[in-house]
Design a protein around this ligand. Structure first.
Ligand code: SF4
Length: 453
């Protein structure tokens, strides 16, 4: 977003580059023509999105220099692990030791962590996750904006407030011009460099129309675009990738096929997984994960959710709580506690300490107003801001009283930057420290950043 830090290209190998800022090195993929060593760029989610003028880069880096090292020192201090484990069960302490030493944890050990109940043990779990986040991913925190461009959906998911179950909800569909204006504001006024375009499965917005809008956005602004509009099929995914989308936010919600079929009538888990795997192979960055608190879900299911998400090698994990909507069949479901959600985030980080980002979901923020701080100190390193136009934002009612539904964008930015400053996190996202994540992400065909028409 607006305070992102530019990186200098110090190595280029095909479409992969290594960036450096303040001694930190990151890997990213580029699609820009004639990129050269020494160029300054912005990167988001492991993609170089724009080249910037060296004089401008120097001035931004100067602005950041002192702050960055102060933030880093704060994060280091807050991420330190104490050796105090006297109140932790011996068996659990051994699992923590293995996690800290980064020995691969067996499924049963991860399950032990997911089933922790004692306050001391939970506190230590969060600290271990936070320690591993700092060790492998440093203090960078990525911030994506989200534009919800249509609340129409033909789906009947039992947990979803914009499903067909909700007959009272006033629906909206932003026009092409309204979407472009929302993007313009997010990029030109607020400085966002990664946006998620989200909607229900809207039968009246053909994929070609959406593709044309994405192509236009990519032609006008340097931006990493994630799509999140449900299942568009493998040809639809390819069409949107060719148009310029580079990320897909699609959770599978639960790894349990029976539970999946129950909460998503008419759907099959394997179809969703096929699309996620195909998207990965096309070169999409994936944000995926599941829903915590589905009636009938067990801790073994949650473990399997984490393992299934990990098998997709996502760029980012997204696990959030179920918040019942009164107009849906799950109206009487009980949301999980904040501790349950935080525990899943921490175990997710411990199960995959190196490679992926982990987002604090808006649903968690709706459940608990301190969710961002809780999540960011339990292994998470990403947040989303809602940049949907004010006039329609409250109508995207996935669940009641959604966090940020009525907050101004500037207010969201202020609150977020304050929190990140207090926790020592830098709102930058230059790529990944681990080149293995990029190895599988580079699509075969290069588009030189110019989407298909
Ligand atoms: S979860 Fe997605 S597909 Fe299901 S009803 Fe909600 S928006 Fe539609």
């Amino acid at each position: 977003m607006c305070y992102a830090i530019p990186g200098k290209i110090i190595a280029i190998e095909g479409r992969r580059v290594t960036l450096e800022y303040f001694g930190e090195k990151r890997e990213a993929i580029h699609e820009l023509p004639a990129l050269a060593l020494g160029d300054y760029v912005y990167a988001q989610g492991g993609w170089v999105i724009d080249r910037i003028d060296p004089a401008e880069a120097a001035s931004i880096l100067e602005f950041w220099r002192e702050q960055f090292f102060q933030l880093q020192a704060t994060d280091l201090r807050l991420s330190r692990l104490s050796s105090e484990k006297s109140e932790i069960d011996r068996h659990v302490a051994v699992v923590f030791d293995r996690a800290i030493e980064e020995l691969p944890l067996r499924d049963e050990e991860l399950l032990t962590l997911l089933e922790l109940k004692s306050g001391h043990e939970l506190d230590y779990l969060y600290k271990v996750a936070n320690f591993l986040r700092y060790k492998h991913q440093g203090n960078s925190c990525c911030i994506h904006g989200i534009i919800e461009f249509s609340s129409h959906c033909s789906g009947s998911c039992l947990y979803c407030g914009i499903s067909t179950w909700n007959r009272e909800l006033p629906r909206y569909r932003l026009t092409r011009e309204e979407i472009l204006e929302a993007v313009r504001e997010a990029v030109e006024i607020w400085g966002f460099k990664a946006l998620v375009l989200q909607s229900g499965e809207d039968p009246d917005r053909p994929i070609d129309e959406l593709a044309a809008i994405i192509t236009e956005i990519r032609a006008r602004w340097p931006l990493l675009i994630f799509i999140s509009c449900g299942e568009v099929g493998i040809p639809g995914l390819q069409r949107l990738f060719n148009a310029g989308a580079r990320g897909l936010l699609m959770r599978f919600e639960t790894s349990n096929p029976e539970l999946y079929a129950r909460i998503r009538p008419g759907r099959i888990l394997e179809n969703r997984m096929e699309q996620l795997r195909a998207a990965r192979d096309m070169g999409y960055l994936l944000i995926t994960g599941g829903l915590i608190g589905i009636p009938g879900q067990t801790s073994r299911d949650l473990l399997n959710d984490i393992l299934l998400a990990r098998s997709l090698r996502p760029d980012m994990y997204s696990f959030g709580p179920l918040i019942p909507h009164p107009a849906t069949p799950l109206a009487k479901a009980v949301s999980p506690s904040s501790a349950e959600v935080r525990k899943v985030l921490a175990v997710c980080r411990i199960a995959d300490p190196r490679e992926s980002r982990l987002v604090v979901t808006t649903a968690f923020e709706t459940l608990d107003e301190t969710a961002r701080e809780q999540g960011l100190t339990s292994g998470a390193n990403s947040v989303m801001m809602n940049v949907t136009p004010d006039a329609v934002r409250p109508s995207y009612e996935l669940y009641p009283d959604r966090a940020h539904a009525r907050e101004s964008i500037s207010g969201q930015i202020d609150v977020t930057l304050n929190l990140l400053g207090r926790l020592g996190r830098a709102p930058t996202d230059l790529g990944t420290r681990d080149s293995r994540i990029l190895g599988s992400s580079v699509p075969e065909s290069s588009t030189n950043g110019i989407p298909d028409q």
